[in-house]
Design a binder for this molecule. Structure first.
Ligand SMILES: NC(=O)c1ccc[n+]([C@@H]2O[C@H](COP(=O)([O-])OP(=O)(O)OC[C@H]3O[C@@H](n4cnc5c(N)ncnc54)[C@H](OP(=O)(O)O)[C@@H]3O)[C@@H](O)[C@H]2O)c1
Length: 310
């Protein structure tokens, strides 16, 4: 997401491609994108270019139904960021068209993991996943995912077709919905943790956000709140320093210790950050350290909302 303009600051295609290729060279095996990242399939097009000749090395996950093509009606999906709602459409009759466009922009003949970006409030989830299941039968898609769903929606969808992964916001400052987590564990569904670095906050390096930065819509980053939150989360930076890791490295390692089947998907434009984030997968945290982190998180609440959903 961060590799398309208009998200977290400056980016151009050369820098984005360098970042993607460095991730593959460092051993990353999953790339997460969406037909809604950047204008007109920009993000998927970059990924297609980066994986050309090495498609087999990588699992490509993409999403549909969020940035809508002309003529597709938007259905209001309420959110907690300050823009308050998104326009989505996951009606079955559009899904084949979304997939064909993504296949074209990605330059591939199959999508490994395909998610409705958001559940459509006007469409039963069973109907949306039924349309994806058809694409799986035809070999255009390998696995079904769900993004930003409730536990109930996950259960209902899974009854129609096995769900491989559920994507949910989850980080030290934006906990996962415990019911969704429990349902995923029970059903054996992998959990893909989005914004695992708290949209960068948990690295301790974000001290202000500019007018062109998407995070200005996240209350926890807004004036007054960001500094207060930086101070509140200082104990985690202290634990990271004691462990000899960066605060971001601690945030990713912590997530990986929360569930055997969690996959954090940090976003970065910077090869050194990508290498650091991948190294976090090898960081072992002791039960005592996890306990200390747990106690800090139980005591510290962010000032201003940090979660996209309720
Ligand atoms: N399903 C959904 O609705 C949804 C919503 C949001 C995001 N996502 C997915 O989740 C992915 C990640 O989310 P995200 O980008 O919002 O948040 P994130 O991964 O929590 O944070 C990204 C930010 O952290 C910075 N960063 C990354 N590694 C760093 C490091 N080692 N040291 C210092 N700074 C570092 C990046 O800056 P640099 O570029 O400078 O490294 C970037 O500004 C997205 O790419 C997208 O695929 C999904």
């Amino acid at each position: 997401m961060v590799l398309s303009p208009g998200v977290y600051g400056e980016i151009d295609d050369d820098r984005a491609l360098t970042a993607l290729r460095s991730a593959l060279d460092e051993g990353a095996t999953l790339i997460d994108t969406s037909d809604g990242y950047g204008e007109d399939g920009h993000n998927e097009r970059l990924i297609g270019e980066a994986v050309r000749g090495r498609r087999d090395e990588v699992v490509i996950a993409t999403k549909f139904g969020f940035r809508l093509p002309e003529g597709v009606e938007g259905h209001s999906f309420p959110v907690k960021y300050s823009f308050e709602e998104l326009a989505v459409n996951a009606e079955p009759q559009h899904i084949r068209g979304y997939a064909q466009t993504s296949l074209r922009t990605l330059g591939t003949d199959y999508i490994d993991l395909y998610y409705p970006h958001f559940p459509d409030p006007k469409v039963p989830i069973e109907e949306t996943v039924g349309a994806v299941a058809e694409l799986i039968t035809e070999g255009l898609v390998r696995h079904l995912g769900l993004s930003n769903v409730t536990a109930d929606e996950l259960r209902r969808a899974h009854a129609v077709h096995p769900v491989a992964a559920v994507q949910a916001q989850w980080s030290m400052w934006a906990p996962i919905d415990p019911e969704l987590h429990a349902a995923a564990r029970e059903l054996g569904v992998g959990i893909v943790a989005w914004s695992p670095l708290g949209s960068g906050f948990l690295t301790g390096t974000v001290r202000n956000v500019g007018e062109d930065d998407f995070r200005r819509f996240i209350p926890g980053f807004q004036a007054g709140n960001l500094q207060a939150n930086h101070d509140r989360f200082a104990p985690l930076r202290e634990i990271a320093a004691e462990q000899g890791v960066t605060p971001g490295g601690l945030a990713l390692a912590w997530l990986l210790h929360q569930d055997e089947h969690v996959v954090p998907i940090p976003g970065s434009r910077t090869p050194a950050h990508i290498a650091e984030n991948l190294a976090a997968a090898r960081t072992e945290l002791s039960a005592e350290t996890l306990d200390r982190i747990g106690r800090v998180l139980a005591e510290v609440a962010p000032q201003g909302g940090t979660r996209l959903l309720g």
